[in-house]
Design a protein around this ligand. Structure first.
Ligand code: MN
Ligand code: MN
Length: 411
C-alpha cells in the first residue's frame, strides 16, 4: 500500500472514505494515475476508473482543483525603454523592478560614445557578464589579490567580473560601442552598484586629504555627484601601462572570445557555449549564443538547476513555456526583447521568419545542465512508454531515442 506521499496529500482533498462503487484498489489506481499525471488530477481520471469498475451510471467524483498561480509574464521589451541617457551614452535596465519574474538575473543594454567612460565602480550584489554587440571597448579590473587586468573587447567577445571586483569601461572608437551586461542577481541595481565619484564626494575632505595625499581643497575639483557614464577622450589604441608599474598582472583572465570558439552544430542551428568549464572565472553563469536557422526548433527541454534569460539580437522566435498543472504561456520575441524561463519549466524555441534568429542566453549557474524530452524517451524501456502513453509499440519505435538539440526545418 503506498504511503501517503506529499503529492497525494496535496492533490487529494477528497472526503473521507472511498466513494461508492469504487473498490479500495481502484481508489489507489486512480490516485496513482493522478500522481503520474500530476496536472491531470482533474475529475477525468476518476470518472474513467469509475466507468470501468461499475455498471452503474458513472458517479460524479470531484477532486478539488489545485490552486495554482498563473504563469507570470516572461517577456520584457528592453530596447524600447529609455532609462538613462546622458552625455557619453545610455543604459536600459531589466531588473526585478521592471521585470518582476527575473529574480535571479538582470540585464542592461549600454551604449558608449567614442572615448566615453562607464566610471570606476563595483557591484556589491552581483557578478557582471557582458557580450560586445557593436564597436570596441577597453576594460580594467582590480581583483582582491591586488592584481590588475586590462583588455580590449570586440564584437563577439565576453567578459566576466566576479562580484565586487572593481572595474571601468571605455569606448575605444572610432564609432560608439554597444554591449549587453548580464548580472547574476535581479536585484543588482537598487543598492548594489558603488561608484568611485559617489564615494569620494560623500567623504569629508580632510579624510580624503589624509587618504589620497592631496590638499583638501583639491577635492572641490572632483565631480559633485555620481558620474555613472561620462564623456572622455579616445585612449591610445595600444594598451597603456598601469600607474603602478609594479602591480601584478591578473592571473585569471576576465575575457573570453565566445564567437571564436568551436560551436556545437545541430541540424537547425548552432550554439556557442561558455560555462565555468571553458572559462574558470565564470563560476556563477553559463552563456550560450544560439543561432537558429529559418525553420529551426530548439527542442523541448528543461534546465534542472538554473533559470534561463534570453536576449534577442536578431530575428524572431516563439517561446512556449510549460509550468505544470496544465499551465502554458506563449510569447513571440524579436530584437531587443528579453525572455525569462524559470528553473525546471519545460520550454522550446521555435524560429520564425526568413532570417536566422540570434539569441544570447544566460543561465544562473556556472555549470550547464539540460534534460531534453527526446533523451528522456530514449532512456526508458518500450513497455513503460506503452503503459504511460497508452500507444502502440509501433508508434513508440518511431520516437527519437536521443537528444537532437536544434531540429532542422520541416522537410
Ligand atoms: Mn559594472
Ligand atoms: Mn532552455
Amino acid at each position: 500500500m503506498p504511503n501517503k506521499s506529499s503529492d497525494e496529500s496535496k492533490q487529494s482533498k477528497r472526503k473521507p472514505g472511498a466513494p461508492k462503487g469504487l473498490s479500495r484498489r481502484s481508489v489507489f489506481n486512480a490516485a496513482s494515475l493522478a500522481a503520474i499525471g500530476g496536472a491531470a488530477a482533474t475529475g477525468l481520471s476518476w470518472q474513467r476508473v469509475n466507468a470501468q469498475t461499475t455498471k452503474e451510471a458513472p458517479k460524479e467524483v470531484k477532486n478539488e482543483p489545485k490552486k495554482v498561480e498563473e504563469i507570470e509574464n516572461f517577456k520584457y521589451d528592453l530596447e524600447k525603454q529609455t532609462h538613462w541617457v546622458g552625455p557619453g551614452g545610455s543604459a536600459k535596465e531589466a531588473t526585478v523592478e521592471e521585470f518582476p519574474v527575473s529574480q535571479s538575473i538582470a540585464g542592461v543594454s549600454m551604449r558608449l560614445d567614442p572615448g566615453a567612460i562607464r566610471e570606476l565602480h563595483w557591484h556589491a550584489l552581483a557578478a557582471e557578464w557582458a557580450y560586445m554587440l557593436e564597436g570596441r571597448c577597453r576594460a580594467t579590473v582590480i581583483t582582491p589579490e591586488g592584481q590588475a587586468d586590462i583588455a580590449d573587447f570586440e564584437v563577439g567577445d565576453t567578459w566576466y567580473f566576479p562580484r565586487g571586483h572593481g572595474h571601468v569601461l571605455q569606448c575605444l572608437g572610432p564609432g560608439p560601442c554597444h554591449f549587453l551586461l548580464v548580472f547574476d542577481n535581479g536585484h543588482f541595481s537598487e543598492f548594489g552598484t558603488f561608484s568611485a565619484t559617489d564615494w569620494i564626494y560623500n567623504t569629508p575632505p580632510d579624510i580624503l586629504a589624509r587618504n589620497l595625499g592631496l590638499p583638501a581643497a583639491a577635492f572641490a575639483q572632483f565631480p559633485k555627484k555620481e558620474l555613472y557614464i561620462g564623456p572622455g577622450k579616445i585612449p591610445p589604441q595600444s594598451l597603456e601601462a598601469y600607474r603602478n608599474t609594479e602591480i601584478e598582472p591578473g592571473q585569471s583572465n576576465h575575457k573570453y572570445r565566445l564567437d571564436h570558439t568551436p560551436p556545437r552544430t545541430y541540424p537547425g542551428g548552432v550554439e556557442h557555449l561558455v560555462s565555468s568549464k571553458e572559462f574558470p572565472i565564470q563560476t556563477t553563469l553559463t552563456a550560450v549564443k544560439m543561432t537558429l536557422q529559418p525553420g529551426g526548433l530548439r527542442e523541448m527541454h528543461w534546465h534542472p538547476h538554473a533559470d534561463e534569460w534570453q536576449y534577442y539580437i536578431k530575428g524572431r522566435s516563439r517561446v512556449r513555456v510549460f509550468g505544470s498543472h496544465g499551465r502554458f504561456k506563449e510569447e513571440e520575441f524579436g530584437p531587443g526583447q528579453v525572455a525569462f524561463i524559470k528553473q525546471g519549466y519545460g520550454h522550446y524555441v521555435e524560429q520564425l521568419g526568413n532570417e536566422p534568429t540570434e539569441i544570447l542566453i544566460l543561465f544562473n549557474s556556472g555549470e550547464y545542465q539540460e534534460i531534453s524530452l527526446t533523451n528522456w524517451l530514449g532512456g526508458n524501456p518500450v513497455s513503460i512508454l506503452e503503459s504511460n502513453f497508452g500507444i502502440s509499440r509501433d508508434l513508440i519505435n518511431q520516437l527519437p531515442k536521443k537528444e537532437i538539440g536544434i531540429i532542422g526545418r520541416k522537410a
